[in-house]
Design a protein around this ligand. Structure first.
Ligand code: 5GP
Ligand code: ZN
Length: 120
């Protein structure tokens, strides 16, 4: 899917509304519209990258920053791993085989009491 017709590019730009929990120069994070758990946030780069399989060595800084942001947001959302039974799940679905529905790279952050709803 092209950048022009991409749902998450439109969410990043604000053209389509979302409940944002974070915004910076490179990334946007917002609540999933169909949450599978009490905490379900999507972290996306502003740059339109279709899938993890499209990433190359030149995307390493972007992916590194994205994972650090995931950990920081998990902390802010109150679900960081701080010992005991705390923590969260990070999921990146890639391609139809991985259950990807929106073709703009995104990391799911999921946390909260089980059971969680099925994703994909
Ligand atoms: P995927 O299956 O591609 O990994 O995940 C896409 C996710 O985007 C799904 O969990 C779905 O609920 C979420 N989603 C789809 N459309 C929208 C939308 O318009 N707004 C928000 N906030 N989330 C969406
Ligand atoms: Zn996009």
């Amino acid at each position: 899917m092209s950048h022009d017709n991409c749902l998450f590019c439109k969410i990043a730009s604000g053209e389509i509304p979302s409940t944002k929990v974070h915004e910076d120069e490179d990334f946007v994070a917002f609540k999933d519209i169909h949450p599978a758990a009490d905490t379900h946030v999507l972290v996306i780069p502003r740059k339109h990258v279709e899938t993890l399989s499209n990433c190359t060595q030149s995307d390493a800084p972007l992916l590194g920053k994205m994972m650090i942001l995931v950990a920081r947001l998990a902390d802010e959302l109150g679900c960081a791993y701080t010992g005991g039974d705390t923590g969260f799940r990070t999921v990146i679905n890639t391609g139809p085989g991985g259950g990807q529905e929106v073709y703009h790279l995104h990391a799911h952050i999921l946390a909260g009491p089980r059971p969680w709803k099925r994703m994909g």
